[in-house]
Ligand binder design. Structure first.
Ligand code: PNS
Length: 160
């Protein structure tokens, strides 16, 4: 049986923290679907295509990683993909309240779906896409926090 896990998020943009969670997830699953959410409450910096393409470039050497976008409910997409595991990264305890609400709602919608929380490497714990966007927008150096292709794309975005 192929164990399929799904790792959903906004990935606006993908960071070294997301990469760390993907690599850890591959120890638990045979195949990982990185699922980029189409509908976001806030307008994203990167378009859906940009977010998907950056992820595809970053994980091009990981044959067990598939990058997809999804619209609508995560529970429905997970069912369509045959996934019974949802991966979420948990950085600080403050993440837990929202994350546990989502996990319980997803279980309500799809009882066979288990949410697994993974803790990133210590040096990536403070990292978030929103901080990366803000620092890059203000011309700060984020080159150690994101893949070189993401760094380059951020520079192009904010170069005027
Ligand atoms: O990276 P994010 O912004 O924390 O990801 C949040 C995301 C996209 C995983 C979450 O908002 C989601 O699952 N959206 C899809 C719509 C859905 O299923 N909503 C109900 C969640 S219980």
């Amino acid at each position: 049986m192929t164990r399929i896990a799904i790792y959903p998020g906004s990935f606006d943009p993908v960071t070294r923290g997301h990469e760390d969670i993907v690599r850890r997830s591959l120890q638990l699953a045979d195949k990982l679907v990185v699922a980029v959410a189409v509908n976001l409450d806030k307008a994203p910096l990167f378009t859906l295509d940009e977010r998907v393409n950056l992820l595809k470039t970053v994980f091009q050497d990981e044959s067990r990683v598939e990058v997809r976008s999804f619209d609508g409910l995560l529970a429905d997409f997970a069912r369509e993909e045959g996934a019974r595991i949802v991966i979420r990264g948990l950085r600080a305890f403050s993440d837990f309240d929202y994350e546990s609400q989502m996990a319980l709602m997803n279980r309500q919608l799809y009882p066979e779906l288990e949410t697994v929380f993974l803790v990133p490497a210590l040096h990536l714990t403070y990292l978030s896409s929103s901080l990366v966007r803000e620092v890059a927008r203000l011309n700060g150096d984020v080159s150690t926090l994101v893949h070189p292709v993401v760094d380059q794309t951020l520079r192009e975005k904010f170069s005027g």
